[in-house]
Design a binder for this molecule. Structure first.
Ligand SMILES: Cc1ncc(COP(=O)(O)O)c(C=O)c1O
Length: 377
C-alpha cells in the first residue's frame, strides 16, 4: 500500500511542497542535550514545555534525554501527551469551570502522575467536589504571579490559598509554579538577569514558607528559554519549564545570550520553506508563506538561505509574504526558488501545520505529526 509519509523520505529540502515546516534533527538533538546537560550540572530537573512544539514524538525525545515529564498549557494538550504514553505531565494553565475540571479529573485514570496548577479557591472547590465524587486525588502546584498579572496568585496572598489546599483531603500541595513570561524576551542579558532574580526571589520566599508548612511541598517549577541559565543558579528552584529552546525562533534569536554576544545560545532547529511564486515586482518577490503559514508575533522571520540572507521578509496578506531587497545590488531569488526562513514565534506557527519534516544533512529522514495542533481547550 502507498505510504505518503515514506514517499517523502530522502527528498531534499528544496523538493518539498511549500510552505512547510522542517526540523534539522541534529540541531534539535544538540539543543536538547545542551539544555539537559546544563540542568544536570546545576542539580535540577527539566520538565520542558510541550506547548512550543505541540509534538508528542519530540516530547518523548526530551524524556529520553532525561526530562522528568513535560508541561502542557491546556487540558487538551495534556490528554494528547498522556495518550502518547508520556508520564509526569504538568498542566501549567489554570483550569476554570466545571466542564474543564471534570475533564482534568477524568484524565487521572490514564495519567497517575498528572499534576495541575491552581490559583483560585473556586477551582479548588470544584476540583475537590469532582475528586470526591470519583474517589480520586490530585497533586497540585500553587501558581504564583511573579509580575505578569496573567495567572497565579500574588505572593502576599499565597499562604491563605495554600492553607485552603492543605485542608483538603483530595488535593496534595506539591509546591509552586512561578513562570515569568514577561521577562523571557528582555533583550539585554543583564536586564533580564536582574528582573528574573527579583521574580524568583519573591517566589522562593513563598516556596520556603510552604515547605515549612508541608513536607509534600518539594517542587519549585519555573523558567523559560530566556532566563534558563539565570534561573539555574537559584538555590530554591527545583525544575525548569523551558520550551522554545528545542526549536527556537526569531524572537528568541534576537535576545542577547549569557556571554553578552547576540549569537543564539540554541540553534534555530525549526525552519519554514517557502517558494517564490511571483515577481520580481520592483525590488521584491512574492513568496507563498503569509499569515496562514507564519504566525505574526514577536520577531521578524529571518532569511537563512545564505545567498539571500540580506532580504527582508514581511507579511503580504493571508497567503503571501514578500522578500524585499534593501538596495538595488542585492540579488533577488528567481520564480520557483525555495527559501528557508526562521519563523517569528514557534508556538503559534507550529499550531498552523499538521507535520514536521525531520531532516538530516538536508534530506527528509522522518515525518512527525504535530498531534497537539489545535488543542487549545
Ligand atoms: C507556564 C509556562 N512555562 C514555560 C513556558 C516556556 O517558555 P519558553 O518557550 O519561553 O521557554 C511557557 C511559554 O509560554 C509557559 O507559558
Amino acid at each position: 500500500m502507498r505510504d505518503p509519509k515514506k514517499e517523502l523520505f530522502g527528498k531534499k529540502k528544496p523538493e518539498l511542497d511549500t510552505p512547510c515546516l522542517v526540523v534539522d534533527f541534529d540541531l534539535l538533538d544538540e539543543n536538547l542535550q545542551k539544555m539537559q546537560a546544563r540542568v544536570k550540572t546545576a542539580g535540577k530537573a527539566l520538565r520542558p514545555h510541550a506547548k512550543t512544539h505541540k509534538c508528542s514524538t519530540l516530547a518523548k525525545m526530551q524524556v529520553a534525554n532525561g526530562a522528568i515529564g513535560v508541561c502542557a498549557a491546556k487540558v487538551s494538550e495534556a490528554e494528547a501527551l498522556v495518550d502518547a504514553g508520556i508520564s509526569g505531565v504538568l498542566v501549567t494553565g489554570p483550569v476554570a469551570g466545571r466542564e474543564k475540571v471534570n475533564r482534568l479529573v477524568s484524565l487521572l485514570d490514564r495519567a497517575p502522575f498528572l499534576m495541575a496548577v491552581v490559583d483560585h479557591p473556586d477551582t479548588i472547590g470544584l476540583l475537590e467536589n469532582r475528586l470526591a465524587e470519583t474517589n480520586r486525588q490530585l497533586d497540585v502546584l500553587l501558581d504564583i504571579d511573579v509580575g505578569q498579572r496573567r495567572t497565579g496568585v500574588l505572593p502576599a496572598k499565597a499562604a491563605d490559598l495554600a492553607e485552603r489546599i492543605l485542608s483538603s483531603s483530595r488535593l496534595r500541595l506539591r509546591g509552586i509554579q512561578a513562570y515569568a513570561g514577561h521577562i523571557q524576551h528582555i533583550p539585554r542579558y543583564e536586564d533580564r538577569k536582574s528582573a528574573s532574580r527579583k521574580a524568583l526571589r519573591n517566589a522562593a520566599a513563598v516556596f520556603k514558607q510552604l515547605q515549612s508548612r508541608a513536607e509534600s511541598c518539594t517542587i519549585f517549577s519555573a523558567s523559560g528559554t530566556g532566563t534558563a541559565r539565570i534561573d539555574l543558579t537559584s538555590a530554591e528552584l527545583t525544575e525548569l519549564q523551558a520550551g522554545s529552546y528545542a526549536l527556537m525562533d526569531a524572537e528568541y534569536l534576537a535576545i542577547e545570550s549569557a556571554d553578552g554576544s547576540d549569537a543564539a545560545d540554541y540553534h534555530p532547529a525549526l525552519t519554514m520553506l517557502t517558494t517564490v511564486v511571483s515577481g520580481p515586482h520592483g525590488r521584491q518577490v512574492t513568496v507563498d508563506a503569509g499569515l496562514k503559514a507564519l504566525y505574526r508575533d514577536g520577531g521578524r522571520p529571518r532569511v537563512l538561505t545564505p545567498e539571500y540572507g540580506k532580504l527582508h521578509y514581511d507579511w503580504f496578506g493571508d497567503e503571501y509574504g514578500k522578500l524585499s531587497a534593501p538596495n538595488r545590488t542585492t540579488l533577488l531569488p528567481e520564480l520557483g526558488m525555495v527559501i528557508e526562513l526562521v519563523v517569528s514565534h514557534c508556538d503559534p506557527t507550529v499550531n498552523l501545520f499538521d507535520r514536521l519534516h525531520i531532516t538530516q544533512a538536508g534530506k527528509v529522514v522522518d515525518i512527525w505529526p504535530i498531534d497537539l495542533r489545535g488543542r487549545c481547550q
